[in-house]
Design a binder for this molecule. Structure first.
Ligand code: B12
Ligand code: SF4
Length: 641
């Protein structure tokens, strides 16, 4: 969906050289329409050269399709490709793709200008092209300098056809990315944007930054288009702070933008103070700060992350406290963990990682830190990263990438990213086991989060062992696809059985029957809620539908409170607090059993709706409009029928 940030800069650069240029982002259009859209804009603009960006490796299929299609529309048009992936594969891309006429490796500004202005290919730096004698790669001798990169704008949105669509799309994600510079000073093993990777795909040996003034000018322009921006470029924290300090000098930039921030290191007080002074929230959303420890176990993180951007989990937790002390609930924090890494070579390593990541989620909940989201996804295996170079066979061959994409599509579990590297010390059964474990834990966390946290509270790590046992005994050898057809009620039953057949687990969770009963009703409700009628018939003397009611011994849905009770009282001696849960279309209503008896239970006696309202009035329980709205919802939910 994104356009590489630098592409807007290239447009401005070429425009300054009086070369007409337009941008088309096919990802913004309906998939079934993109052929027509491409043809339409080719007819309108009639380009002599088309720059086909191949930056992210996961866009390979779209790149192949678009290249073939453009040539089929007009075989005289010259196709120039560039971006990390194009630069990395360079010659083999020209070998494999007849439609590619040129590849530019690394910075494209000057090479593009020269090529389009008619210079001889042999005289254009960074260019890879076909000649009579075969494919020729010129030296990568052009790297944009500070002065030039500071003289162009990276946010003249009007170069892009239908730029409003792009704004809408980026606003639905993290916001418009602000171009700060190119290259990275660090070397994280998993990253295709590391300093070593940059040498491979771009021939770049050191980062280049824009001047702060040029960024400020861009922000002034940008505020007329969007108020939601994203920065993820921290070679030098002081540089970012200086940018903030300069922004503060311009009143029109204060509290103008929501800044979502991809931090490469933990945040410090000065940064947070500046951030607080300068930025605001936009469209009722909270801004997001991203932190990426990638792996949980400190000694492994030390191995894969460059030491300048490394931090311990202890430091991370302290940093969360610091961020919350400054901004509290006004901000959200996303913490990213990923798999698979070359540090986690055995199933036990990964299991330990899973335990720690889910323990962290639980710990945050117990500490009432609600603004932190912990993500645990597949790692993108970036071309030119250390992982790609060292663990992928024939890394420099373009077909390796194409077959990797096919392999990912054929995997029997869902994938979050272009991920191809898995340590070869893990068997396919172990991988499947890890994937199932994570999938089931995430399912629980999403749909049955009370059960998930109560289990974690009472059983600690044994909760993970229990799920693992269920996977091994019930799922791993079944042909049924757990990832697409997981039967929640069956799984809940397995959990109950496992706990009840083990005395020490049952001792820790003596209310498991009761809790699972509630979850089973919830499961049925979640799976059936879509089939509810829109406007059901209202009966004058309605009855209660117990299918949508769960009467339990504790208020499990008041989770925070229940966990605190578990902290103070022994699970086996918990006093009963009879609670009624009513599953409505869009919420679960909970009330004490006494309230239930005094209100809805009255319908069991066959009273009419008007008699019910009368009764509530007499008993001084809420007001009429509350009950009218409730009764309407109860009918809609099928709870009254
Ligand atoms: C900020 C950032 C983002 C931001 C903003 C991206 C953006 N719009 O540019 C967001 C969050 C949106 C993002 C998303 C993704 N990112 Co990112 N991102 C970065 C980061 C941290 C900095 C990028 C940067 O500074 N770019 C500036 C420079 C380097 O690029 P540029 O000037 O924009 O463009 C260059 C080329 O594209 C080329 N070019 C551009 N236009 C044109 C046009 C022509 C005609 C030619 C010839 C050349 C050309 O010229 C420039 C110089 O080489 C890098 C890490 C890093 N150190 O680079 C990762 C990085 C680039 N991202 C990466 C990945 C994997 C992704 C995602 C696929 C992640 C995901 N799974 O969703 C998505 C892809 C989004 C999409 N397809 O729409 C990988 C790339 C690996 C790869 N080879 O594919 C990197 C290296 C590291 C990482 N793992 O995050 N990312
Ligand atoms: S992950 Fe590491 S190498 Fe990659 S861009 Fe961030 S700091 Fe640089």
């Amino acid at each position: 969906m994104h356009i590489p940030m630098g592409t807007f800069g290239i447009c401005d650069y070429l425009d300054q050289k009086k070369i007409q240029v337009r941008l088309l982002n096919l990802a913004l259009y309906d998939k079934t329409e993109i052929g027509k859209v491409l043809k339409r804009y080719m007819d309108v603009f009639r380009p002599t050269y088309v720059g086909l960006i191949f930056h992210w490796q996961d866009t390979a299929e779209g790149f192949l399709w678009a290249g073939e299609y453009i040539k089929s529309c007009d075989d005289k048009v010259k196709i120039i490709s560039g971006g990390f992936t194009a630069g990395y594969f360079g010659e083999t891309l020209l070998e494999r793709c007849r439609f590619v006429d040129y590849v530019i490796k690394g910075d494209p500004e000057k090479p593009l200008e020269l090529l389009i202005s008619g210079a001889k290919p042999s005289e254009i730096p960074n260019l890879i092209y076909r000649s009579k004698g075969g494919i020729v790669s010129n030296e990568v001798s052009y790297c944009i300098d500070h002065k030039t990169i500071s003289s162009i704008s990276f946010c003249k949105l009007t170069f892009l056809y239908n730029h409003e669509l792009y704004i809408k799309a980026v606003e639905s994600k993290l916001g418009f990315p602000i171009f700060v510079g190119r290259g990275c000073a660090f070397n994280c093993h998993y990253c295709g944007g590391s300093s070593e990777s940059f040498k491979l795909h771009s021939g770049r040996t050191r980062p280049v930054l824009r001047s702060i003034d040029s960024i400020i000018n861009d922000l002034r322009r940008l505020k007329n288009f969007t108020r939601k921006i994203y920065i993820c470029y921290e070679n030098n924290r002081d540089y970012i702070k200086n940018l903030f300090k300069e922004m503060k000098k311009d009143k029109t930039l204060i509290k103008t933008f929501q800044l979502n921030y991809g931090a490469w290191q933990l945040l410090d007080r000065e940064f947070l103070e500046l951030y607080e002074d300068l930025f605001t929230s936009y469209g009722g959303e909270k801004p997001i700060i991203e932190l990426s420890p990638e792996v949980f176990i400190d000694k492994y993180r030390e191995k894969i992350k460059h030491h300048s951007v490394n931090f311990s989990i202890k430091d991370l937790k302290e940093n969360l406290n610091l961020i919350n002390a400054y901004m509290g609930e006004r901000i959200n924090v996303s913490i990213f963990f990923s798999r698979y890494h070359d540090t986690h070579r055995t199933y036990q390593d990964i299991k330990e990682e899973i335990i720690e990541i889910f323990r962290l989620k639980h710990e945050l909940l117990c500490k009432k830190i609600n603004n932190v989201k912990v993500c645990y996804d597949h790692l993108s295996t970036d071309v030119a990263s250390f992982y790609w170079e060292n663990y992928i066979k024939q890394p420099r061959v373009f077909n390796t990438l194409i077959s990797a994409i096919k392999k990912i599509k054929a995997l029997n579990f869902p994938v979050d990213n272009f991920f191809i590297y898995i340590p070869d010390t893990l068997s396919s059964e172990e991988i499947l086991k890890c994937e199932m474990l994570i999938f089931i834990l995430k399912t629980f966390e999403k749909y049955f989060h009370e059960l998930f946290h109560i289990m974690f509270k009472c059983l600690r790590q044994l909760a993970i062992d229990l799920f693992e046992e269920i996977i091994v005994e019930m799922y791993i050898n079944k042909t049924m696809n757990v990832f697409t057809k997981l039967d929640w009620c069956e799984l809940l039953n397995f959990v109950k059985q496992k706990i009840k057949e083990n005395e020490s687990l049952f001792y820790k969770l003596p209310f498991i029957d009761d809790l699972i009963n509630l979850c089973a009703k919830k499961a049925l409700h979640l799976q059936n809620s879509e089939s509810l009628a829109d406007e059901p018939r209202r009966m004058e003397h309605p009855r209660l539908n117990y299918k949508f009611i769960s009467i339990n011994n504790h208020d499990y849905l008041d989770l925070q409170n229940f966990l605190e009770r578990l902290e103070k009282e022994s699970p086996s001696k918990l006093s009963i607090e009879k609670t009624v849960f009513i599953f409505l279309v869009d919420e679960i209503l909970s009330m004490t059993y006494e309230t239930f008896c005094a209100t809805l239970k009255e319908f069991e006696k066959g009273i009419s709706i008007d008699e019910y309202y009368e009764l509530m009035k007499k008993r001084h329980i809420f007001n009429l409009s509350y009950h009218e709205a409730l009764v309407k919802k109860l009918f809609k939910s099928g709870m009254l029928y």
